[in-house]
Design a protein around this ligand. Structure first.
Ligand SMILES: *Cc1c(COP(=O)(O)O)cnc(C)c1O
Length: 229
């Protein structure tokens, strides 16, 4: 097997083992931003079907080049308003929703024949490091507003862990997101089923604390170009 195939299989094995211990299925999303089409094809040949991209133009080029493959595409980057339409037309999932104006644009632009766009609301669990994501205190209201949009299907919450934390601190932040998720489901009577959390550096902590989707790039494909850090 080639390097990507072997690395992918190692990540699948790790995720399966942790998911088994957690008693819950966990999906592995292959984050292919900053990687060439050949890398996507290698992972596809090794069995991977779900891929994630962060930049619209880059994603469109790769989609065209892999049009004959049966790939489910997830958009995990921030969305600018002038890109909402093309995202709604080309992706199955959006993970980083954090502005109601973008949610409304995605809703308006989602082609009916594609069925609802699956979305996660990004929560900012590391206020010091990023401006992206809704604040935890605002998440319930934001989720309610998204759930009311007919062409979107609210699936859950997403977060990016702070870099540089030890394992215990990684768990604390992911536990907080899971508690927020449970709270919003209970009080808001929403039936969210997805916690999108965990990347190459913190997937074990995320799965132990409730992740149902992990987004893995570097551990499968190796380092990316600098722009895609
Ligand atoms: C780049 C990226 C990932 C993958 O990160 P790795 O550390 O390479 O596994 C996951 N989620 C988001 C939102 C990203 O931007």
């Amino acid at each position: 097997m080639n390097t990507i195939g072997a690395a992918l299989q190692a990540e699948i094995d790790l995720v399966q083992r942790l998911a088994g211990q957690a008693g819950r299925p966990v999906e592995l999303l292959a984050v292919s931003k900053g990687q060439p089409v050949a890398a996507i094809e290698s992972a596809y040949r090794a069995g991977q079907r779900k891929f994630a991209e962060s930049y619209v133009q880059e994603a469109l080029v790769k989609m065209a080049a892999t049009a004959t493959l049966d790939i489910e595409w997830h958009f995990i980057g921030p969305i600018q308003s002038n890109k909402a339409r093309v995202v709604a037309e080309h992706f199955s999932w959006v993970h980083a929703l954090d502005r109601i104006k973008i949610a409304e644009r995605l809703d308006a632009a989602r082609p009916p024949h594609l069925g609802p766009l699956d979305v996660c609301v990004q929560v900012n669990i590391s206020a010091e490091d990023t401006k992206h994501g809704v604040q935890p205190a605002a998440a319930a209201g934001f989720c309610r507003a998204v759930a009311d949009l007919p062409r979107l299907r609210l699936r859950g919450l997403m977060a990016i862990g702070r870099p540089g934390l030890d394992f215990a601190a990684q768990r604390v932040q992911f536990r907080a997101l899971r508690e927020l998720f449970d709270d919003i489901n209970d009080k808001g009577q929403l039936a969210m089923d997805t916690l999108s959390m965990g990347m190459s550096q913190d997937l074990e902590a995320a799965i132990r604390e409730g992740a149902t989707i992990v987004r893995i790039g570097t551990a499968i494909f190796g380092a990316r170009a600098a722009r895609h850090k």
